[in-house]
Design a protein around this ligand. Sequence first.
Ligand SMILES: [Fe+2]
Ligand SMILES: [Fe+2]
Length: 326
Amino acid sequence: MTLIIFDILFSFTFFSVLGWVIEVVYRSTRDGRFVNPGLLKGPYLILYGTAALILMGSISLIHGYNIFIKILYYFLITTGLELISGLNAQHFFNVRLWDYSDQRFQFKGHICLKFSVYWILLAFAFEYLLLPSYQSLINRLPSSAIVGSSTLLLALMIVDFAMAVRRKRYQGRVGGAGEMEEAFLKIAGPVLECPAVARLSQYNHHNGKTRLDHVKEVAWVSFIWGKRFSLDCRAIVRGALLHDLFFYDWLREGPRLHGFRHHNIALENARQVIALRPKEIDIIKKHMWPLTLIPPRYPESFIVCIVDTFCSLTDYMRARGKDKKI
Ligand SMILES: [Fe+2]
Ligand SMILES: [Fe+2]
């Protein structure tokens, strides 16, 4: 029983490698340069190994049938597998392993009549030429060679596949972050271009961090949370960027009881910079809650209020850590 399993594994890996050789020769000759086909880095194509196993397992089923039944059967097996593989690679890995869009009688670039005919011919060649030679080869090979080589190649394929999945996930994360930044900058850009907002870079806000850095940080983190909860991110970003729009060093100057008053000062300044909507007004006005007593009216205001407190506390803790080291 164990040997049968290893025979199957050996056949799978053997034909995966052979398929890779066929594809490399075909594609490299066509393109005039070395082309490594497939999704994985190693010298194997799982599609060929799978097709070979299915053919080996089912050839006896269609033995004795006329040629037309065999053609139809080989067409369904090979072209069906090609279609499933192409769709899966595109869906799960966002990769087009081949593209028949320029061919006649094609379906979404995944399959086409010309290559379906090639696959049928290859399936017949497999049945009548390749399979007998392969069977005599496997009968002569020692069991240790079958077990050793199939185990090694299968382990390599699994690691290769896991790395391909990991690469895809990483690319997905990078792409996602890029899209988020783009969406953020689309909203934040016009506000950041206002001279009054740019002026915030001249003021120290929390021990070494400028006020512009602070409002940008609060806006970005609030934006991420806003996206997560499907909130009004435009209001969040604009309100957060303007929530500390005042022009004095609050540690050394400015009105008494700064903590209780600066939200109103920021709101007055913000009104002169851009036209504010009710949510943006509430975000600026309530960002110091509970010092403002009246709680925020919108979830967007709560988010900015919490993020602002968190960012300020983090800055404070960092500054204390630095002081202790000194
Ligand atoms: Fe503030
Ligand atoms: Fe703040």
